[in-house]
Design a protein around this ligand. Structure first.
Ligand SMILES: Nc1ncnc2c1ncn2[C@@H]1O[C@H](COP(=O)(O)OP(=O)(O)OP(=O)(O)O)[C@@H](O)[C@H]1O
Length: 347
């Protein structure tokens, strides 16, 4: 079990009149303080659903099963009062376009002060000083506290949202495409800021992005999601530069690698579309788009197998593909293919 965040077998199904949408299937994640984990995947792969589930921010009626332990406490079963205390303090989240959620008629400083006062993070007489500190931490002058949001650029407003997310010194920050809408210079500054905050404050960060190159530059580990499942997970450099799962390979090839000018010349798209989560194909969900799919892939939805395991069968990296080294052996050796649990095979 991990100290900061430990997610086991998370399943999320949206329910609506149009039918059930299983958006996240059997996701395991873990983070220690100071860890940075990137979650990548195409649009619709379930990344934001995971982020929302972590703090129980999903729409009412959504079915969620599994276990989400935040510093040992189960978020899914905790009482509302406790959940309110945990949000902002235990973990806080910055979404893409969060800057639009600033109240246009309130000064920036008052908005940053709000979570501080609600959670009693600092004594009332220190609130102003803490707001100034937070603004400076995100690279804005303390005098900005007096401004209304319309006086700030989009990038500056997104920094204000990051300052708010950091206000109560959360132990975990979830950044969901937090920099995607910003221009590259501002994006680079904010990513550097988040990295610095993780290093200086020892907080954990879960960074969600469709952009594998951003994640590889910022995070120690990366998990790649496809159709609601993690299909590859491991050290960022290995997953991005030497992917084992055919989908991770395609995603990696689609982005130029930072520091590798040659890769800029050949960004490739992945043909086809991700499956409809309400009507997935049999077996491996990536099969219809996979260049190396075989007959077995139509019947087996492989769990995460160790990639190039050591003699004891362990590896820092796991991928859910029958072509991954031990994946083939596991399937041939398993009495009922696909029933072998991730817990048994990869941990
Ligand atoms: N409120 C909802 N009701 C029904 N289905 C939903 C709802 N929100 C998301 N979905 C569906 O769940 C699946 C996962 O969506 P999610 O937003 O988590 O993906 P994502 O990887 O974050 O995509 P993006 O990068 O576009 O945000 C998609 O098929 C999406 O259409």
């Amino acid at each position: 079990m991990s100290g900061l965040l430990d997610v086991r077998d998370l399943n999320v199904t949206y329910t609506s009149g149009a039918g059930d949408v299983p958006a996240v299937r059997g996701v395991d994640l873990s983070l220690e303080p100071g860890d940075t984990l990137g979650v990548a995947g195409e649009s619709g792969s379930g990344k934001s659903t995971v982020a929302l589930a972590l703090l129980r921010l999903l729409p009412a009626g959504t079915r969620v099963t599994g276990r989400i332990l935040l510093e040992g406490e189960d978020v899914l079963t905790m009482k509302w009062g406790r959940l309110r205390a945990v949000r902002w303090v235990g973990a806080s989240v910055v979404f893409q376009g969060a800057m639009h959620s600033l109240n246009p008629v309130r000064r920036i400083g008052d908005q940053i002060a709000e979570p501080l006062m609600v959670h009693g993070t600092v004594p009332a007489k220190r609130v102003e000083e803490r707001v100034a500190e937070l603004l400076e931490q995100v690279g804005l002058p303390a005098s900005r506290a007096q401004d209304h949001p319309h006086r700030l650029s989009g990038g500056q407003r997104q920094r204000v949202m990051i300052a708010m997310a950091l206000a109560c010194e959360p132990r975990l920050i979830i950044a969901d495409e937090a920099t995607t809408a910003l221009d590259v210079m501002i994006q680079a500054q904010i990513l550097a800021l988040l990295e610095r905050l993780v290093e200086e404050n020892g907080i954990g960060m879960l960074m969600i992005s469709h952009d594998l190159s951003v994640l590889s530059a910022t995070c120690k580990r990366v998990a790649v999601m496809y159709a609601g499942r993690i299909v590859e997970e491991g050290p960022a450099h290995q997953v991005v530069h030497d992917p084992a799962h055919p989908y991770a390979s395609a995603l990696s090839a689609a982005f130029p690698k930072i520091g590798d000018p040659a890769s800029r010349l050949a960004p490739r798209g992945l043909p086809g579309d991700p499956p409809d989560p309400a009507d997935p194909p049999s077996g491996c969900a990536f099969r219809p788009r996979c260049a190396v799919a075989e007959t077995v892939c139509a019947t087996v939805d492989p769990p995460l197998w160790p990639v190039r395991p050591d003699e004891s069968g362990r590896s820092e990296r796991h991928a859910a593909c029958v072509h991954v080294g031990s994946g083939r052996d596991g399937i041939e050796g398993a009495s009922t293919p696909g029933e072998t649990s991730t817990e048994e095979t990869s941990r």
